[in-house]
Design a protein around this ligand. Structure first.
Ligand SMILES: [Zn+2]
Length: 277
């Protein structure tokens, strides 16, 4: 697979039409998207496939290689940050990339009818939905007298002057553990404030709290304390929920017709960090 505008639409269709290698198509598609993101982040986007010829070639049908579930944030339009064009990506966007029945049906359409081989779940830095969920969770904890700080122990001490950047495997492990629901600090028991909060979050009226708040809570349970990690955990949990709720996606994964990748876009430098593939 060549890069950028050197790749013609027909080359893309050829790759897509090869039924023997959905995985290699997914890899090539993701490489092409990351190359586009590098161009975008460097300030040298090519704006490929946005011309009249491309538009006319797509009148009778679309053959996107990727489906993207992303946040609605106005600063994170997938076609722009991956420097792609018409017909490249089937995109679904909700605040905080929250999943509901309509989102699942849309992504299942992309898998079943458009035969996308790649599904990207894209979160981002400074996500307002995550920040809102953190606030709502804190308010819920405070209103019920649950002391999250006490539950978190040392990890919840003020982090002023502490470098919160992701620091290799320790943080990565914590994110994985938060995602798998494994107890890190296995206090357990009926009095565990996390268990109480978990029940309240599950039954909350607020959609943000039920979805993103649940991610933030499992991140805090894994002793993660900064928003960057909350966002990463939420992306991982979104993938988990999606697979859990869609048998069509489960079958596509089992038959190796589909790959899922989690990614997080950084507003600061314009780059997309890969969380899993
Ligand atoms: Zn967002």
């Amino acid at each position: 697979m060549t890069t950028g505008q050197a790749t013609t639409r027909s080359e893309l269709f050829d790759a897509h039409d090869d039924p023997s290698s959905p995985e290699s198509t997914a890899n090539a598609t993701w490489s092409r998207m990351l190359e586009g993101n590098s161009r975008f982040a460097a300030g040298t986007p090519e704006h490929p496939w946005q011309d009249r010829e491309t538009r006319e070639s797509l009148i009778d049908g679309q053959h996107p290689d990727a489906a993207v579930l992303a946040c609605s944030d106005s600063r994170v339009p997938p076609e722009i940050i991956f420097d792609q064009g018409l017909g490249n990506m089937f995109t679904v966007r909700t605040a905080g990339q929250i999943i509901d029945d309509a989102v699942i049906a849309s992504l299942e359409y992309a898998v079943t009818h458009l035969h996308v081989s790649l599904l990207v779940v894209l979160g981002h830095e400074h996500c307002g939905a995550v920040a809102g969920a953190v606030e709502e969770l804190d308010e819920l904890a405070a209103s019920t007298g649950i002391d999250l700080n006490a539950a978190d122990g040392d990890a919840m001490q003020p982090a002023s002057g502490v470098d919160n950047a992701i620091t290799g495997n320790a943080t990565a492990d914590a994110i994985l553990n938060a995602n798998s629901g494994m107890p890190i600090d296995a206090t357990g028991g009926e009095d565990d404030p996390f268990d109480q909060l978990e029940t309240l979050v599950t039954e909350a009226e607020s959609v943000i709290l039920r979805s993103v708040g649940a991610s933030v809570l499992s991140a805090r349970e894994a002793e993660l304390t900064d928003h960057d990690d909350f966002e990463r955990v939420h992306i991982a949990r979104t993938i988990e929920t999606l697979v859990d709720r869609s048998s069509i996606i489960q079958y596509a994964l089992a038959e190796q017709r589909l790959s899922i990748v989690g990614a997080r876009y950084r507003l600061t430098d314009g780059k997309v960090e890969v969380l899993s593939f």
